[in-house]
Design a protein around this ligand. Structure first.
Ligand SMILES: [Zn+2]
Ligand SMILES: [Zn+2]
Length: 760
């Protein structure tokens, strides 16, 4: 058999994830010689050997790559046969300003976990990592990805670590953050501002003891500080809630292992796969009830059915669970509510050490702040709700020219997005821009993304809302062409970009609020649109939003607004418990506001209709966290009821009959679960009938679903099912959040399309 030579180019996320050692391994395995090299565009390989072995090598390359690698494309061509004596990893080579990708942070791997249980310089060493695992995005300051461009720069490798780092076949070959107890970072324990210990055994003992006896501790993590306490201890959870000043918002829980969580949550194979994936997100799971004796604290999740659960992902977590008596701890962001997660050691001590039993810090700086990501499995697929650690900064691949575009995002759940080539880099979850600290985080992170990905801004995209801080930031950014994108058009465009759609579609955007082209507050929009523009075909009927933004925080206002719309002044005579609890003076004042149109903007927001129904069922009157009404309503839905209420489609989609039906059911004593389910079924049918009417007229059967309301599993699954049954092609979000965290991608897609059509 004759030797042949080929050159292979691999693109995608192939750096910082142990790709070159992997290539080396499979080349040697298949008796090939040649080399592999990182450039800042891709990974290049040249191999020489028998054709059959080259075939096998290519197969291995595509199918056996390291877990965190994400191959976009493998291309190869035959070269003149060149003989090499062995297979080598060559020095990195800078070829242009085109970057390759940066890996998100990767949960500690099994091999490294074994290392911390073995005698040696990594026994109990909590910063162990290798090319297959460890911190990445959170420590990186610039490209190319080398140790001196990360926050590991200040730690000089000891001779042993250096040797591993330079040994091609070692698991730590070119593992930039590699470290051991001799040369690497370490943890420190503070109690009441005083440094008590830097010995890991002492720290773990102290922290586990504190948690087990009901104290709260602060622990520095991968992307920021966490606050932790025993998830079974009602008093501790209550104390934590008071400390964070966070009325009702559910806390996430970290369980020791999959086995440990199974008695407390329902979990299927897809959910399990997300939980154990190297990204280690928080997965929203349905809590099991009726475990006698040792139930999780009821204060964790405000009595909702869903609970956010994750598994350990840092060596420290594993060491801690080795010692802890409890099998689950609350692990929530270390901050006071509405502020971004803390990353600075001194701030942690200053702000928290007097309030908690202990503060555990380490001296590896966090450069890029990330929260824990949140996902939910809907329709058998992982859907990202909060995109941060483990997912960012992986780009979304589009079919558009995104070069130089900055999309500034929305307001409450902000992420921004920058464009490079055909890629769109969505930022990590930033949060509510109305907080000063969060707005600072936003501006700093934007500057960093532009530098990191070498983006030269040439086009800006903002929301239509003039008062959004993101819009103002965009307008003040500089003298560049600027595109304003309507909120719900951006939602649909975001989902289209995720699926690389570039044509006319029917868009269904359901959310809470977004600024409409007519100045009203939109939120249940049926659009005929492409990436460039949209026509609003229909929407949920307008209703006064008494008190504006405060109506979203007080669902009872929406209930009154709907009752007044449907029954007029007679609504006060309805015999429903909801009304008897309200202060009649407050109700009269609200009606006066509506009559006189004082601070009563009109809204078509689907979220507000859910609020109204949640309030009528007395599930919530004053919300203690965002979207509490819709979440409570979904929480009581049943799966064995296909009844629904009446509604009217007539220019707009009207739910007057629905409200009457709900009130009648309440009067007759129908249980809340049935009413909530009938209401969900009604919305699903209203969506179906509305898009059917649009298809009949326009002949388009691609339907794109977006907006925060589609985080509702029952609603999304039901909508997809009825549409698919009726031969619609349905697109919904998976890798990009359906809530406002995904909007920047849509803004970017619209801006790109308008530039292509030369209308900016
Ligand atoms: Zn590892
Ligand atoms: Zn070392």
């Amino acid at each position: 058999m004759r030797n042949k030579s080929i050159q292979v180019i691999v693109t995608g996320l192939v750096q910082g994830v142990g790709f070159r050692p992997f290539v080396h391994r499979i080349a040697v395995k298949h008796d090939l010689t040649g080399w592999v090299q990182n450039t800042n565009e891709n990974v290049r390989i040249q191999v020489t050997g028998f054709p059959l072995n080259i075939e096998r090598f290519l197969t291995s390359l595509g199918t056996e790559s390291p877990p965190a690698a994400l191959i976009e494309e493998i291309s190869h061509k035959e070269m003149e046969t060149t003989l090499f004596s062995e297979f080598n990893i060559l020095e990195s080579h800078d070829v242009s300003d085109e970057i390759t990708e940066i890996s998100p942070d990767i949960a500690v791997c099994d091999d490294c976990l074994e290392d911390i249980r073995k005698r040696g310089t990594r026994l109990d060493y909590a910063f162990v990592n290798c090319t297959n695992c460890g911190p990445r995005f959170t420590i990186i300051k610039d490209l190319p990805y080398d140790r001196d461009k990360t926050t590991m720069k200040s730690f000089a490798m000891c001779p042993d670590c250096r040797k591993e780092y330079e040994t091609i076949i070692d698991r730590r070959f070119h593992a930039q953050p590699t470290a051991c107890a001799i040369c690497g970072p370490h943890y420190e324990l503070f109690v009441k501002q005083k440094r008590i210990s830097n010995n890991i055994d002492e720290i773990i003992n102290h922290v586990s003891y504190s948690i087990d006896r009901g104290e709260i501790v602060m622990i520095k993590g991968l992307g920021g500080m966490h606050l932790a306490c025993d998830a079974f201890n009602e008093t501790a959870v209550e104390k934590l809630r008071q400390l964070k000043n966070r009325e009702g918002k559910p806390f996430a829980v970290m369980f020791k292992s999959i086995e440990a969580l199974k008695p407390y949550a329902h979990i299927d194979s897809v959910e399990e796969a997300s939980l154990v994936s190297w990204r280690r997100p928080i997965v929203l799971l349905k809590k099991k009830d009726g475990i006698n004796g040792d139930s999780l604290a009821t204060g964790l999740n405000a009595k909702l059915k869903l609970l956010g659960i994750m598994l350990p992902y840092m060596p420290f977590h594993y060491l801690l669970f080795d010692k802890l008596k409890t099998s689950a701890i609350v692990l929530t962001s270390g901050n006071f509510s509405s502020e971004p997660i803390l990353i600075e050691n001194q701030e942690a001590i200053d702000q928290f050490s007097t309030h908690v039993g202990a503060v555990v810090l380490h001296n590896r700086d966090i450069y890029n702040r990330t929260d824990d990501s949140v996902v939910r499995i809907i329709g058998g697929k992982e859907r990202i709700i909060r995109r941060s650690r483990g997912y960012v900064p992986s780009p979304v691949r589009t079919a558009l020219n995104t070069e130089g575009i900055i999309a500034f995002g929305a307001e409450l759940t902000n992420c921004f997005c920058v464009g490079k080539g055909q890629k769109a880099f969505l930022s990590q979850h930033i949060g509510d821009l109305q907080g000063i600290e969060t707005a600072e985080f936003y501006e700093n992170t934007l500057a960093r993304f532009l530098q990191l990905f070498r983006v030269k801004p040439s086009l800006l995209a903002v929301d239509l809302h003039p008062a959004y801080i993101s819009t103002k930031t965009g307008l003040e950014f500089g003298d560049l062409p600027l595109v304003k994108v309507q909120h719900h058009h951006a939602h649909i465009a975001s989902c289209m970009a995720e699926h690389q759609l570039d044509e006319k579609v029917i868009g269904v955007a359901l959310d809470g609020t977004g600024y409409g082209s007519d100045g009203n507050i939109w939120g249940a929009e049926f659009l005929l649109c492409d990436l460039n523009d949209f026509t609003r075909i229909t929407h949920f009927d307008y209703i006064p939003l008494p008190g504006g933004d405060s109506a979203a925080e007080e669902p009872w206002r929406m209930a009154i607004s709907y009752l007044y719309k449907v029954y007029g002044n007679n609504f006060t005579e309805l015999q429903i418990p909801f009304l008897s609890q309200l202060d009649p003076d407050k109700v009269r004042m609200l009606i006066r506001m509506i009559d006189r149109k004082i601070n009563c903007p009109l809204t078509s927001g689907a979220g507000r209709l859910f609020d109204c129904v949640a309030s009528l069922l007395d599930l919530v009157q004053v919300a203690s966290f965002q979207a509490e009404g819709p979440m409570r309503l979904e929480s009581i839905v049943r799966n064995d009821c296909d009844e629904r209420y009446r509604f009217t489609i007539d220019g707009t989609i009207r739910f007057d009959e629905t409200i009457r039906g709900i009130v009648d059911d309440i009067v007759q004593g129908t249980d809340k679960s049935t009413i909530a389910t009938k209401f969900h079924n009604t919305i699903i049918l209203a969506i179906f009938e509305s898009v059917t009417a649009i298809r009949q007229k326009e002949g388009i059967s691609k339907v794109v679903l977006s907006g925060g309301v589609f985080q509702n599993k029952y609603l999304l699954e039901g909508t997809i099912e009825i549409l698919q049954k009726n031969k619609f092609e349905v697109y919904s979000h998976a890798t990009v959040p359906t809530n406002d965290g995904g909007i920047a991608l849509g803004q970017l897609a619209v801006a790109s399309k308008r530039r292509e059509l030369q209308c900016v």
